[in-house]
Design a protein around this ligand. Structure first.
Ligand code: DQA
Length: 147
């Protein structure tokens, strides 16, 4: 199974950005962690991070016919982007939403998740571990299209 792991804006600043919320580990540490989890689960992963909404839309589109599932931490675009929601719906692949923190426990504007409307599972507030849980879920369920 091939899984596309997408990370949105400012996640490249992990380790520097608000360490009291996001911790001291870097984006490179996150990539290493995800690659390690994928290897343990026998999954092939492609990691992609962008600060640009359109680049994320295009990457989701590129998953059509080439990937079996998606893990997405759309970061701030989670709460604003109908374009990302539509892209996820367009490709129709099983998708899992991940957040390092738990947006439900933060400012009210983080409670709305457009991206989550096209995701079958959500792991929030578990730090890096959320990505492992998401990969485990996709490995368990297999790659068939959403029903
Ligand atoms: C985040 C939560 C979002 O609300 C925020 O905008 C982020 C990161 C998280 O991983 O906790 O940038 O997605």
């Amino acid at each position: 199974m091939k899984i596309l792991v997408l990370n949105g804006p400012n996640l490249n600043m992990l380790g520097v950005r608000e360490p009291e919320l996001y911790g001291r580990r870097t984006y490179q540490d996150l990539e290493d962690y995800v690659n390690q989890c994928a290897a343990e689960l026998g999954l092939e992963v492609e990691l992609f991070q962008s600060n640009w909404e359109g680049a994320l839309v295009e990457k989701i589109q590129s998953a059509y016919g080439t990937a079996d599932g998606l893990v997405i931490n759309a970061a701030a675009y989670t709460h604003t982007s109908v374009a990302l929601l539509d892209a996820l719906k367009a490709v129709g692949l099983p998708a899992v939403e991940v957040h390092l923190t738990d947006p439900e426990r933060r400012e009210p504007f983080r409670r709305l998740s457009y991206v989550g409307m096209a995701c079958e599972k959500r792991f929030a507030g578990c730090g890096f571990e959320g990505y492992r849980l998401a990969l485990e879920h996709l490995a368990r369920r297999g790659g068939a299209a959403q029903t």
